[in-house]
Design a protein around this ligand. Structure first.
Ligand code: AQP
Length: 354
């Protein structure tokens, strides 16, 4: 006899959730892999929750002495500048939701150790930290469990994240399935789905890695705060090859540059440069790079103008946080009470939802 799997139905209005760590300046990888989708998703029929993952920042930034409060406010200023709207989405700070560490603890008891151990991000990040003589911690290892707590506490349906986070999201799905199987008598957890269009990897300007705050150096990344001059300098210095050869596949550095052009420029500009490459034209890479830099600047300049306006000030962000944290904690407490009841911690469940 087979027992039927306990599955939570999707929420009637889909719950969308995502966050970014305050480990450095926001860049085009964060924008195209995450923030751009926050804006699209808040415009349709969804309940959106967007946060700054300051607890997650500690997984790699413990020794960096980052002022996490200031860095978190800054990430949220960029959210607002990019168009995340507090009247359409709940915008909050992870550490303000005191229930999240409790979810983290409970979920760690059913998290699949083998899958967590196999995470590519852990392998890459721990190797990078070891070369920099930084501590590799249990917190870094257990990053996906805290991410599961972030997502599952509110029963999120959709999580817009870049490709690098898909493996972590799969672990959150597995944890939800395990919870439902072992404990889900009354409270069931929705299995969160990635947003397919967000699951991209924005390449860096040097080497083979993704665009990132902390790897590849400042020449690898375009920050939303970069000036036109900085953008131009970084793009013009990007690696290329000696020129296209008809019939030969495009080299990896050129694939990267074309991916960046596709993201920032209108499709006709992208197609034009693609045709120039396909016909084997020589000596046009300088113009290609110029086009990339100009379109990046055109995208970033209005965002920067908003970032410096009063609607995106640190004071405005603080007001938003003051208003949102109680609302988010209420959602967390309701779901935590349901979980605690099913996990036979009735005395605690009663305290949260008497
Ligand atoms: N290059 C990228 N392409 C697509 N999406 C990306 N994201 C980050 N880089 C790219 C997406 O941005 C969101 C927030 O990421 P994060 O800052 O919380 O952590 P991260 O993925 O570790 O980003 P970084 O820049 O590489 O930070 P550091 O250097 O501190 O580790 C996620 O949705 C992520 O997919």
């Amino acid at each position: 006899m087979t027992t039927e799997a306990k599955v939570a139905p999707p929420n009637p209005t889909p719950i969308v959730l995502s966050g970014i760590r305050p480990t450095g300046e926001i860049h085009l990888g964060n924008y195209f892999g995450a923030i751009r989708h926050f804006i699209d998703l808040q415009e349709t029929d969804n309940d959106c929750l967007f946060f700054v993952a300051d607890l997650h920042a500690l997984t790699t930034a413990m020794e960096d002495k980052i002022d996490l409060d200031a860095a978190s406010i800054d990430v949220l200023r960029w959210y607002l500048a990019c168009g995340v709207d507090p009247s359409k989405a709940l915008i909050y700070r992870q550490s303000d939701i005191l229930e999240i560490p409790f979810f983290n603890l409970l979920l760690s008891m059913i998290a699949p150790e083998g899958e967590v151990r196999r995470c590519t991000t852990f392998k890459e990040k721990s190797a990078d930290m070891e070369t920099k003589n930084k501590m590799v911690t249990v917190g870094l290892f257990a990053y996906p469990v805290l991410m599961a707590a972030d997502i599952l506490f509110c029963n999120a349906d959709i999580v817009p994240v870049g490709e690098d986070q898909l493996q972590h999201l799969e672990i959150a799905r597995e944890i939800a399935r395990r919870y439902n199987h072992y404990f889900g008598d009354n409270h069931l957890i929705v299995e969160p789905q990635p947003l397919k269009t967000a699951a991209i990897r924005v390449p860096g300007l040097v080497g083979e890695g993704k665009m990132s705050k902390s790897t590849g150096g400042p020449g690898n990344v375009i920050y939303l705060s970069d000036t036109p001059k900085q953008i131009r300098k970084k793009v013009m210095a990007a690696v290329t090859d000696t020129g296209p050869v008809v019939g030969e596949p495009m080299s990896q550095p050129m694939v990267n540059l074309y991916e960046l052009l596709k993201l920032v420029a209108p499709s006709e500009v992208y197609e034009e440069y693609l045709a120039r490459h396909a016909t084997g034209e020589q000596k046009f890479y300088g113009y290609l790079k110029q086009a990339i830099a100009e379109h990046m600047t055109a995208l970033i300049e209005p965002i920067q103008a908003r970032y410096h306006s009063a609607e995106c000030s640190a004071e405005r962000v603080q007001e938003i946080l003051d208003a949102s944290s109680a609302k988010v904690r209420k959602i967390a407490q309701k779901n935590l009470a349901g979980m605690l009841k099913d996990m036979k911690f009735e005395h605690l469940a009663k305290q949260l939802a008497p």
